[in-house]
Ligand binder design. Sequence first.
Ligand code: AMP
Ligand code: MG
Length: 419
Amino acid sequence: MKIENEPGCHTAVEPGVITVPEAVTNILNNTHSIADFSKLHIRQCLYRVLFEDIKSPIDVPGHNNSAMDGYAILSDDIPVKDSKTFTVIGTAFAGQPFRGRCQANECVRIMTGAMVPDNTDTIVIQEDVQVHDESAIEIGPGHKKNQNLRYAGEDIKTGSTVLSKGSVIKSADLGVLASLGINEIKVVRKPRVSFFSTGDELKSIGQTLKKGEIYDSNRYSLYGLLSDCDVDIIDMGAVKDEPDTIRQTLLSAAACSDVILTSGGVSVGEADYIKGILQEIGSMDIWKIAMKPGRPLTFGQINNSMFFGLPGNPVAVMVTFYQFVKPALNKIKGMSFKPPLSLKAESLCSIRKNPGRREFQRAIASTDENGNLQVTLTGKQGSGILTSMSQANCFIVLTEDRGSVAQGDLVDIQFFEFY
Ligand code: AMP
Ligand code: MG
């Protein structure tokens, strides 16, 4: 018989180790939103975060108007049984209202978007009308009062909050702002994020590798991740494992950034200076997080800058960025926290896992011929295998208490790419 909570087997997390949600909560509790704003033309505000509530100065639409091309009539005039002939007394175009009034048995030719003439309240679409000549039409029974009308303020009422502080400006929002005649808005200043890699073995692209050296890839994947976050990026290069250089680089990063990211040098290897330096020039915690990949993470503060010491392994850098740095950047930008969207998909493969840690396996999600979501691993899952990220469009997230997955089981996935 199996004991459910056998230590070391089904115990979720070992002592001294925190879970991913605990780490996220700790980080967000220590993250402050930027209090500065820029006032910009709306075209420059796509994906920026609003610093103010936007209230509408006008009704949209501004007047009752026609939803169709047709004829405007008085509802009292709607034929009850037999067709009636109406005299066409004028035309209303969008932007060119008809200024007269209709009497009984009169109508106005009206185009989509045109103001509904003063005392009319019903639009009969042109397809339902028999045209005798330019000044006379025939309308049959079966029409309803107020049909095909769009009302003033039906979309947005004067004074109503259209967009709220903290929301991200999307394409539709640019259109909404323009529909209100607003050309400038206040958006949160972009966070400034500095980053550098650490490691004696690192060479930058363009240089020649000597034996034992590798190209610095983390700075490029981080550059891509940061570019997606709409922040100002300061690339401080690759830095050798020398305490003085690392200290200097951290201090110059702190002088110009809201957030500093490093990769590498946070595990317990001999060359892992970052934590010592951080203790000297700022404050920091090292967390062992119950996750795979990405177990060690350093989190702290240098003057007014937040510091994240990400792991060195290329996949771990990206996983920890998505899980920890991105939520913090969102909060710095003034957005409210939303956990990553999680969907259920059928696993097309079996996955070996021991309970204890939360695993982020790289996978490809797609839909089958019935539209059901399915997912399969990209292959080897080592934390140094960056091609597993490059082939993947999502993580399969296996929570702490979960064991192995059989083919056909449902698993949780988080998308990170949609291309
Ligand atoms: P570390 O955390 O510094 O011990 O690094 C862990 C592993 O990640 C080692 O194999 C490093 O060579 C590798 N690594 C560290 N930084 C980078 C980088 N910027 N680009 C590619 N690989 C790296
Ligand atoms: Mg290193």
